[in-house]
Design a protein around this ligand. Sequence first.
Ligand code: E4P
Length: 284
Amino acid sequence: MCRASLLRSAPFELPQGGNEARVEGCSGAIKVACPFFLFPPPNPLKGALNSSGYKLTDFNSELNIMKFFIDTANLDNIKEAQDLGILDGVTTNPSLMAKEGITGDANVIAHYKAICDIVDDNVSAEVIATDYEGIIKEGEALAALNPKIVVKVPMIKDGVKAIKYFTNKGIKTNCTLIFSAGQALLAAKAGATYVSPFLGRLDDISTDGLTLIEDIRLIFDNYGYPTQILAASIRGPLHIVACAKLGADVITAPLAAITALLKHPLTDSGLATFLADHAKASGK
Ligand code: E4P
């Protein structure tokens, strides 16, 4: 029937709570299995049906599942997070590149390419120029390296103008050094793919960084801005959990903050007891 005869994938949209979807190019409805962790399906669940079943398209952005980026230029850290199976992308900045001793155009380019080879999602590469022409020139060169590259542009006047230019050219951008909701609004108006509010640095000066995430979420939702909130300058696991509660689209954090999410003393002591009881019962 229809499903078997589909040679190319056909888009579908599943209504909330339902498991029957109208599929483009087919008459009648088709049953679509919903992954258990998405039941009942959010509204709407979009995907593409092909001859072997269904595939969710752009899973994270369609369903708004929080993405995990690692905030480092250290290849070992990136590989470790990727091996854990939870990593989406990477953010870097000039300080993080300098920390790894990456200098000189050729080395910088090779390093970005190496990062792109490890991860599946976006890699933010920051421009050094602060004038419009310079940002455009650098950003276009960075974007040409790999489709995963997102041009990271500082929240300055020429930066906003450059974001508009990149948006018109279909180049993804991450507006960095966001410390106020007004700055985030301006970047979203210019079409930024991401805005990066710096939580930790606000906390450092006794200002609540999380309130900024909350404000930006409210503003973007009020108008349906597609710009993603990339919570940055994260210092620990509680920041990550708080950002998830507030609906940040992405968090970027150092490896230590991500792996700290694994830890709970009751998990450790509980596991030790399970293993000891098992050993006792097995006479070991
Ligand atoms: C990420 O894009 C930022 O550059 C980074 O999170 C800044 O973090 P820091 O405040 O720990 O330097």
